[in-house]
Structure formats: structure tokens, C-alpha cells
Design a protein around this ligand. Structure first.
Ligand SMILES: [Zn+2]
Ligand SMILES: [Zn+2]
Length: 304
């Protein structure tokens, strides 16, 4: 099967772009609807931000994500042109060429490979010399929404787009694995950017939930501008000692049906802390501390 030969490069690339864009809108739209309606109605949903994100923030996230969708086409184009000439791809078309066990294993390996790729490239992009040109756009969303999942600088989108091309150069993969994995990947990415806690902190600290990243994990990264660099698992953050725990959230800002703190005294304490910090004579605290201040005003929960 050679779709490029059959369709021509232009049609093939346009189809890729349409699939990427549709996948983004479906997944982010689903996440957005979930926090606006389904989860809000049926779960104890707790928002991270002091106020809902407005049209301006969301349209910025969508615009940058759409731009990333175009950049993501570059490796595909390279693969079906230069890559084809060099025969670098280990993609196979007949599922019987390898065992079903390998089919499933290659999916799992790709999952770990992407998590590793993302952790190290993401961590590198936080280097002061790279941050502005590579990663600053993603962090414009201090409290991200699902629409921020692909909101990247051009350079970051380019780096992240090489996940598949790097993988298919290393190990054999059935052609259906990348699109299947892409679906899972975008759903988990959207989940990380929900900007709301879905599960209770007790649940997050139990196996297997404690092995994975959650909105509160990645939300903490957006707020602090450091730590929690992983995408799916907490593995690399734990190993490299960059794990910084979950974002603090306040149930009194909950958008779900449970709107009261479990411990009102804790809320009172954090409110007092906030007043103390805001009246402090030191007006030159780091941005990090400023974010903490805002969060202290909101937060009651601590989890590591
Ligand atoms: Zn993010
Ligand atoms: Zn980051």
C-alpha cells in the first residue's frame, strides 16, 4: 500500500493536516465540554484558576495549536520524500510480518519512548537560553485549558513532531500504531491541560493513579514554570528529582456539586497567609512567589 504514490504528495499531506486538526478539535472540544458540562454536573470538579479562562486566552491557545498542526507535517513530509529514498522507516504494512505480541509491545514501547522524549526535550527547553524561542508560548497559559494542549512555539512544535520519525527509525511498527497512538496521546495531553481536578487527592495518591500525570500535576508545572516535566508518567520526574507535587486547589472555588471545603479552618488559614503576603513590604518577589501568593489565597490541599 503506497498512499503517496496513489494520491500524490499534496493530497496525502492535506489529508494528514485535516486528520491532525480534526483530532485536536474533537479531543480538546471533548475536554472542554467535559469540564463545562458533564464533569461539572456529575463529578466533584475543582478548578485550578481563580476565574474561568476567557475568550482571549482560549483563542490564543487555539491559534497557536493550529499553527503547530502545520509544523507537525514536516516530519511526515520528510518521511515520504527523503526518508523514502533513504529507506529509514521500519514501518511494516502486513500485520503478520511480526507477532501480535510485538504489535502490542510496540505500542507500549512507543508510549515509554514518547514520555522519555518529551521529558528530556521539555526539560531542555526550560534552559534560559532556549526558553524564549522554544517554550514561552506554551507557558503563556498560566492556568491552561484543554485548548492549550498543542499551543507551542514553532521550534517546540518542530522538536515534538519528531517523536514518530525517531521511533520508526529505531524499531519496527505496524502502520496503524502511529494513528492509534496519536489518539491516545492527544486525549492524555488534553487531560493534563483540563485545569481542573477530577479525582480527589486521596485517589491521586493511590496505585495506579500515583504513577501517572494528572491535571493537577501538569497544572503545577504551568504555575511554577519548573518541575513536573513529564507527559504521561511521573517516572522521569521521580528519578531525576524534578517532581514538585500537585497544584494546590480550593474546593470553595469548585464548579461541581461539592462546593465546600472539607476543612473550613484550612481555608481561613490560607486566607490569612495571603493577607500577610500581600501586605509584605517586599514588592520584588519572584514571579514564582507571586503565583504562590495567588495560589495560597486559593489553596488548601497539599500533596506530594
Ligand atoms: Zn502544558
Ligand atoms: Zn514547560
Amino acid at each position: 500500500m503506497d498512499l503517496v504514490a496513489e494520491w500524490g504528495i499534496t493530497r496525502f499531506m492535506l489529508t494528514q493536516w485535516a486528520m491532525n486538526t480534526t483530532r485536536y478539535f474533537l479531543a480538546a472540544g471533548l475536554g472542554w465540554l467535559a469540564i463545562q458540562w458533564v464533569f461539572k454536573r456529575y463529578l466533584n470538579l475543582r478548578r485550578h484558576s481563580p476565574k474561568p479562562q476567557g475568550f482571549k486566552e482560549i483563542s490564543r491557545e487555539i491559534a497557536h495549536s493550529l499553527k503547530s498542526g502545520i509544523i507537525f507535517l514536516i516530519p511526515t513530509l520528510a518521511l515520504v520524500t527523503v526518508g523514502k529514498e533513504l529507506a529509514i522507516s521500519k514501518i511494516y504494512w502486513d500485520i503478520h510480518q511480526h507477532s501480535y505480541f510485538w504489535f502490542a509491545s510496540s505500542f507500549v514501547i512507543l508510549f515509554f519512548w514518547h514520555d522519555t522524549w518529551f521529558y528530556w526535550t521539555h526539560r531542555l527547553m526550560h534552559h534560559p537560553k532556549l526558553y524564549k524561542n522554544f517554550h514561552s508560548i506554551h507557558h503563556q497559559s498560566v492556568y491552561p485549558t484543554p485548548w492549550a494542549a498543542l499551543s507551542f512555539n514553532v521550534a517546540e512544535a518542530f522538536v515534538e513532531s519528531f517523536i514518530f520519525i525517531s521511533a520508526i527509525m529505531i524499531f519496527p511498527m505496524h502502520w496503524s500504531i502511529p494513528p492509534l497512538f496519536n489518539m491516545l496521546s492527544i486525549l492524555l495531553n488534553i487531560h493534563g491541560h483540563l485545569g481542573h481536578d477530577i479525582f480527589s487527592r486521596e485517589t491521586l495518591n493511590k496505585v495506579p493513579f500515583k504513577w501517572f500525570n494528572h491535571p493537577s500535576t501538569h497544572g503545577q508545572h504551568h504555575l511554577k514554570h519548573r518541575g513536573n516535566y513529564s507527559l504521561y508518567l511521573v517516572f522521569w520526574d521521580k528519578v531525576m528529582n524534578t517532581w514538585i507535587g500537585h497544584i494546590k486547589v480550593s474546593s470553595h472555588l469548585a464548579s461541581g456539586h461539592e462546593t465546600r471545603d472539607r476543612n473550613q479552618n484550612q481555608t481561613d488559614t490560607t486566607l490569612n497567609v495571603d493577607i500577610n503576603v500581600r501586605t509584605s513590604p517586599d514588592h520584588h518577589q519572584a514571579q514564582d512567589d507571586h503565583a504562590d501568593t495567588k495560589n495560597l489565597r486559593l489553596g488548601t490541599d497539599h500533596a506530594a
